[in-house]
Design a protein around this ligand. Structure first.
Ligand code: NI
Ligand code: MN
Length: 227
């Protein structure tokens, strides 16, 4: 699998058969170098309904015919906007043409702000994606929780994508603890430096993970790795 970091919590995955994008927040993202209109993919995976994750999902799905995968409320919202969508719920897994997706818990919220208040967008999730014999855990937006150990026990995680920006999610130190709990050989930080409220030095995370005997690596925006 080829994994490319597109900034914030957005990653592009190329399996041997399909192209996936996770949390495609590109329009309005000050760090993104990829335009939503340029994205060609088969599936769009969403951790939750906040606008810095839902992002361009509906526009990309409608233009490309990609299927959106997300929690029931977010997927239903997307299908009401005219996109193909596959609803799931926490703890459930489904075999897609490219591989298996399982939604995990995430301690956060999920909503869209409207003129009349917040619209509920289901439970926020982490996403475990298995394809081509490898497994990636995208933690979504979350605080640290001990059940990350269970996530690492139920599936052998090859790469953990962990939010480190603090304020809305784990900060670097808690995220390094998460890397220990998930026990993946490689952890990659996300959800930092996009906005002032989540400005942190990712090396704080990297050095703490390395001190625990595991690898961590900051991906530059647009950088790819082979898993
Ligand atoms: Ni969020
Ligand atoms: Mn977020």
């Amino acid at each position: 699998m080829k994994l490319t970091y597109l900034s914030h919590s957005c990653f592009f995955i190329e399996t041997s058969t399909h192209r996936l994008i996770i949390d495609p927040f590109l329009s309005g993202n000050p760090l993104a170098k990829t335009k939503a209109e340029e994205v060609e993919c088969d599936f769009v995976l969403l951790s939750h309904g906040h606008e810095d994750h839902l992002g361009d999902a509906v526009a990309i799905a409608k233009r490309t015919g990609a299927t959106i995968i997300g929690n029931y409320e977010t997927a239903t919202y997307c299908s009401q906007q005219g996109a193909n969508a596959h609803p799931m719920q926490l703890g459930g897994a489904w075999k897609f043409p490219f591989g298996r997706v399982k939604l995990t818990i995430a301690h956060h919220s999920s909503s869209i702000g409207t003129e009349s208040g917040f619209t509920y967008m289901g439970n926020p999730a982490g996403i475990v994606i298995s394809a081509d014999g490898k497994t990636i855990y995208h933690a979504g937006d979350t605080g640290l929780f001990l059940d990350m150990k269970l996530i690492g026990e139920l599936d052998r995680i090859d790469v953990a994508l962990l939010p480190i920006g603090d304020n809305f999610t784990m900060g670097p130190e808690d995220a390094a603890r998460a890397a220990e709990f998930v026990n993946a050989p490689l952890s990659i930080p996300m959800h930092f430096n996009t906005f002032d409220l989540i400005k942190v030095d990712p090396q704080r995370f990297v050095s703490k993970v390395k001190a625990g005997g595991r690898e961590a690596r900051v991906l530059a925006i647009g950088e790819s790795i082979e898993i």
